[in-house]
Design a binder for this molecule. Structure first.
Ligand code: PRP
Length: 221
Protein backbone atom coordinates (compact mmCIF):
# COMPACT_ATOMS: atom_id res chain seq x y z
CA UNK A 1 0.00 0.00 0.00
CA UNK A 2 1.25 3.50 -0.84
CA UNK A 3 1.76 5.74 2.15
CA UNK A 4 -1.56 7.13 3.35
CA UNK A 5 -1.99 10.89 3.07
CA UNK A 6 -2.49 12.39 6.52
CA UNK A 7 -4.90 15.30 6.54
CA UNK A 8 -4.36 17.93 9.26
CA UNK A 9 -7.35 19.60 10.90
CA UNK A 10 -6.41 22.77 9.09
CA UNK A 11 -7.21 21.00 5.82
CA UNK A 12 -5.35 20.24 2.65
CA UNK A 13 -5.95 22.74 -0.10
CA UNK A 14 -4.31 22.98 -3.49
CA UNK A 15 -3.67 26.48 -4.75
CA UNK A 16 -5.86 25.98 -7.77
CA UNK A 17 -8.73 24.90 -5.53
CA UNK A 18 -9.02 27.96 -3.40
CA UNK A 19 -12.36 28.57 -5.13
CA UNK A 20 -13.69 25.59 -3.25
CA UNK A 21 -12.78 27.21 0.04
CA UNK A 22 -15.33 29.94 -0.58
CA UNK A 23 -18.37 27.70 -0.57
CA UNK A 24 -21.76 28.61 -1.89
CA UNK A 25 -23.30 31.10 0.47
CA UNK A 26 -26.15 28.79 1.48
CA UNK A 27 -23.67 26.12 2.60
CA UNK A 28 -21.38 28.34 4.60
CA UNK A 29 -23.18 27.95 7.95
CA UNK A 30 -22.99 24.16 7.66
CA UNK A 31 -19.30 23.93 6.90
CA UNK A 32 -16.35 24.53 9.13
CA UNK A 33 -13.55 24.17 6.56
CA UNK A 34 -12.42 22.44 3.41
CA UNK A 35 -10.43 19.36 4.39
CA UNK A 36 -9.70 17.68 1.05
CA UNK A 37 -10.25 19.34 -2.32
CA UNK A 38 -11.73 17.56 -5.32
CA UNK A 39 -8.39 17.76 -7.13
CA UNK A 40 -6.57 16.10 -4.26
CA UNK A 41 -9.25 13.42 -4.03
CA UNK A 42 -9.07 12.72 -7.77
CA UNK A 43 -5.28 12.35 -7.65
CA UNK A 44 -5.47 10.02 -4.68
CA UNK A 45 -8.20 7.89 -6.27
CA UNK A 46 -5.94 7.41 -9.31
CA UNK A 47 -3.15 6.36 -6.95
CA UNK A 48 -5.39 3.85 -5.18
CA UNK A 49 -6.49 2.47 -8.55
CA UNK A 50 -2.84 1.92 -9.45
CA UNK A 51 -2.18 0.09 -6.18
CA UNK A 52 -5.22 -2.15 -6.67
CA UNK A 53 -4.32 -2.96 -10.28
CA UNK A 54 -0.77 -3.84 -9.28
CA UNK A 55 -2.11 -6.35 -6.76
CA UNK A 56 -4.58 -8.03 -9.14
CA UNK A 57 -2.25 -7.96 -12.16
CA UNK A 58 -1.57 -11.66 -11.78
CA UNK A 59 -4.98 -12.42 -13.24
CA UNK A 60 -6.10 -9.31 -15.06
CA UNK A 61 -8.73 -11.07 -17.17
CA UNK A 62 -10.79 -11.80 -14.06
CA UNK A 63 -13.39 -9.18 -13.14
CA UNK A 64 -12.75 -7.25 -9.95
CA UNK A 65 -15.74 -7.78 -7.65
CA UNK A 66 -16.46 -4.62 -5.67
CA UNK A 67 -18.68 -4.82 -2.59
CA UNK A 68 -19.82 -1.24 -2.15
CA UNK A 69 -21.19 -0.27 1.26
CA UNK A 70 -24.33 1.87 0.90
CA UNK A 71 -24.87 4.66 0.89
CA UNK A 72 -21.76 6.70 1.48
CA UNK A 73 -19.27 4.70 -0.58
CA UNK A 74 -21.14 4.95 -3.88
CA UNK A 75 -19.49 8.19 -5.00
CA UNK A 76 -16.00 6.94 -4.18
CA UNK A 77 -16.68 3.52 -5.73
CA UNK A 78 -17.80 5.07 -9.02
CA UNK A 79 -14.69 7.25 -9.17
CA UNK A 80 -12.47 4.31 -8.24
CA UNK A 81 -14.00 2.07 -10.94
CA UNK A 82 -13.47 4.76 -13.57
CA UNK A 83 -9.90 5.32 -12.39
CA UNK A 84 -9.23 1.58 -12.66
CA UNK A 85 -10.62 1.66 -16.21
CA UNK A 86 -8.48 4.67 -17.14
CA UNK A 87 -5.41 2.86 -15.86
CA UNK A 88 -6.21 -0.21 -17.99
CA UNK A 89 -7.23 -2.32 -15.04
CA UNK A 90 -9.48 -5.36 -14.99
CA UNK A 91 -13.20 -5.23 -15.70
CA UNK A 92 -15.32 -4.23 -12.71
CA UNK A 93 -18.44 -5.78 -11.23
CA UNK A 94 -20.56 -3.65 -8.91
CA UNK A 95 -22.18 -5.30 -5.88
CA UNK A 96 -23.95 -3.34 -3.13
CA UNK A 97 -24.61 -4.03 0.51
CA UNK A 98 -26.16 -2.01 3.33
CA UNK A 99 -25.05 -2.11 6.93
CA UNK A 100 -26.44 -0.55 10.08
CA UNK A 101 -24.57 -0.55 13.31
CA UNK A 102 -26.03 -0.36 16.78
CA UNK A 103 -23.96 0.32 19.82
CA UNK A 104 -20.23 0.40 20.01
CA UNK A 105 -19.42 -2.83 21.78
CA UNK A 106 -17.56 -5.55 19.94
CA UNK A 107 -18.52 -8.14 22.54
CA UNK A 108 -22.28 -7.65 22.14
CA UNK A 109 -23.91 -9.70 19.42
CA UNK A 110 -25.99 -8.34 16.58
CA UNK A 111 -24.47 -4.87 16.61
CA UNK A 112 -24.11 -4.68 12.82
CA UNK A 113 -27.00 -5.61 10.54
CA UNK A 114 -26.01 -6.62 7.02
CA UNK A 115 -28.68 -6.21 4.35
CA UNK A 116 -28.74 -6.76 0.61
CA UNK A 117 -28.37 -9.44 -1.99
CA UNK A 118 -24.91 -10.73 -2.81
CA UNK A 119 -25.69 -13.89 -4.76
CA UNK A 120 -22.19 -14.96 -5.78
CA UNK A 121 -19.69 -14.81 -2.97
CA UNK A 122 -18.36 -18.33 -2.37
CA UNK A 123 -14.84 -18.77 -3.73
CA UNK A 124 -14.58 -15.21 -5.03
CA UNK A 125 -12.00 -12.51 -4.37
CA UNK A 126 -13.86 -9.45 -3.10
CA UNK A 127 -12.85 -5.85 -2.57
CA UNK A 128 -15.01 -3.99 -0.04
CA UNK A 129 -15.26 -0.29 -0.87
CA UNK A 130 -16.01 2.04 2.05
CA UNK A 131 -16.15 5.78 2.39
CA UNK A 132 -14.94 6.04 5.98
CA UNK A 133 -13.74 3.76 8.78
CA UNK A 134 -14.41 4.98 12.27
CA UNK A 135 -14.65 2.45 15.13
CA UNK A 136 -14.04 -0.31 12.59
CA UNK A 137 -17.08 -2.33 13.69
CA UNK A 138 -18.85 -2.21 10.34
CA UNK A 139 -15.89 -3.54 8.39
CA UNK A 140 -14.97 -6.06 11.05
CA UNK A 141 -18.45 -7.57 10.85
CA UNK A 142 -18.80 -7.29 7.07
CA UNK A 143 -15.46 -8.94 6.45
CA UNK A 144 -16.29 -11.72 8.92
CA UNK A 145 -19.66 -12.26 7.24
CA UNK A 146 -18.23 -12.45 3.71
CA UNK A 147 -15.24 -14.57 4.63
CA UNK A 148 -16.61 -16.88 7.32
CA UNK A 149 -20.32 -17.17 6.54
CA UNK A 150 -20.38 -16.64 2.77
CA UNK A 151 -17.01 -18.34 2.15
CA UNK A 152 -15.39 -15.71 -0.08
CA UNK A 153 -11.90 -16.77 -1.20
CA UNK A 154 -10.47 -13.44 -0.07
CA UNK A 155 -11.77 -10.11 1.23
CA UNK A 156 -9.71 -6.95 0.81
CA UNK A 157 -10.73 -3.50 1.98
CA UNK A 158 -10.39 -0.11 0.30
CA UNK A 159 -11.55 3.00 2.14
CA UNK A 160 -11.32 6.60 1.07
CA UNK A 161 -11.00 7.91 4.63
CA UNK A 162 -9.78 6.41 7.86
CA UNK A 163 -10.06 7.87 11.35
CA UNK A 164 -7.50 5.66 13.09
CA UNK A 165 -7.80 7.52 16.39
CA UNK A 166 -11.44 6.35 16.65
CA UNK A 167 -10.67 2.63 16.23
CA UNK A 168 -11.90 0.27 18.93
CA UNK A 169 -8.82 -0.88 20.85
CA UNK A 170 -9.62 -4.54 20.16
CA UNK A 171 -9.62 -3.89 16.39
CA UNK A 172 -6.42 -1.84 16.19
CA UNK A 173 -4.27 -4.85 15.37
CA UNK A 174 -6.79 -7.12 13.69
CA UNK A 175 -8.66 -4.88 11.24
CA UNK A 176 -6.26 -4.61 8.31
CA UNK A 177 -7.14 -1.97 5.73
CA UNK A 178 -5.50 -2.83 2.41
CA UNK A 179 -6.00 0.52 0.66
CA UNK A 180 -6.54 3.84 2.46
CA UNK A 181 -6.92 7.20 0.73
CA UNK A 182 -6.52 9.62 3.61
CA UNK A 183 -6.15 9.53 7.38
CA UNK A 184 -8.40 12.23 8.77
CA UNK A 185 -8.52 13.80 12.22
CA UNK A 186 -11.37 13.06 14.62
CA UNK A 187 -13.74 15.71 13.37
CA UNK A 188 -17.15 15.33 11.70
CA UNK A 189 -16.57 15.14 7.98
CA UNK A 190 -18.96 15.24 5.02
CA UNK A 191 -18.96 15.42 1.26
CA UNK A 192 -18.03 13.08 -1.59
CA UNK A 193 -20.85 10.71 -0.55
CA UNK A 194 -20.39 11.10 3.20
CA UNK A 195 -23.32 12.70 4.99
CA UNK A 196 -24.00 14.68 8.08
CA UNK A 197 -27.57 13.68 9.01
CA UNK A 198 -28.16 13.06 5.28
CA UNK A 199 -26.92 16.54 4.35
CA UNK A 200 -23.87 17.40 2.20
CA UNK A 201 -23.34 14.04 0.43
CA UNK A 202 -23.36 15.83 -2.93
CA UNK A 203 -20.33 18.00 -2.28
CA UNK A 204 -17.51 17.11 -4.70
CA UNK A 205 -14.93 17.68 -1.92
CA UNK A 206 -14.62 16.78 1.76
CA UNK A 207 -15.24 19.26 4.53
CA UNK A 208 -15.34 19.32 8.28
CA UNK A 209 -18.85 20.26 9.32
CA UNK A 210 -19.98 22.99 11.65
CA UNK A 211 -21.23 20.87 14.52
CA UNK A 212 -22.91 23.83 16.22
CA UNK A 213 -25.12 24.32 13.14
CA UNK A 214 -26.37 20.75 13.20
CA UNK A 215 -26.72 20.67 16.99
CA UNK A 216 -28.97 23.71 16.71
CA UNK A 217 -31.12 21.85 14.19
CA UNK A 218 -31.06 18.84 16.52
CA UNK A 219 -29.58 16.71 13.78
CA UNK A 220 -26.40 15.04 14.87
CA UNK A 221 -23.93 13.66 12.36
C1 PRP B 1 -20.77 4.99 8.01
C2 PRP B 1 -19.66 4.60 7.05
C3 PRP B 1 -19.31 3.20 7.45
C4 PRP B 1 -19.56 3.23 8.95
C5 PRP B 1 -18.25 3.40 9.66
O1 PRP B 1 -21.97 4.49 7.51
O2 PRP B 1 -20.10 4.66 5.71
O3 PRP B 1 -20.12 2.23 6.83
O4 PRP B 1 -20.42 4.35 9.23
O5 PRP B 1 -18.43 3.39 11.04
P1 PRP B 1 -17.72 2.33 11.99
O6 PRP B 1 -16.31 2.14 11.52
O7 PRP B 1 -17.80 3.00 13.35
O8 PRP B 1 -18.52 1.06 11.95
P2 PRP B 1 -23.41 4.99 7.94
O9 PRP B 1 -23.98 3.99 8.89
O10 PRP B 1 -23.33 6.40 8.44
O11 PRP B 1 -24.25 4.87 6.60
P3 PRP B 1 -24.25 5.74 5.25
O12 PRP B 1 -23.02 5.36 4.48
O13 PRP B 1 -25.51 5.30 4.60
O14 PRP B 1 -24.26 7.20 5.63
Amino acid sequence: MNSVVKVPETGLIHDEDTGEASFRADLQPQISRLLISSTVIAERVMGLAGDIIADVRRDSSKALQLVIVLKGATVFANALAQAIFRRNGPPIRFNYIKTSSYGRDLSSSGHVDIMGQLPYVRGRDLLIVEDIVDTGLTLHELRRYLRDERKAASVSICTLLDKPTRRLPELRQTLKLDYVGFNVPDVFVAGYGIDCAEHLRELPFIVSVNEAFFAQKQESC
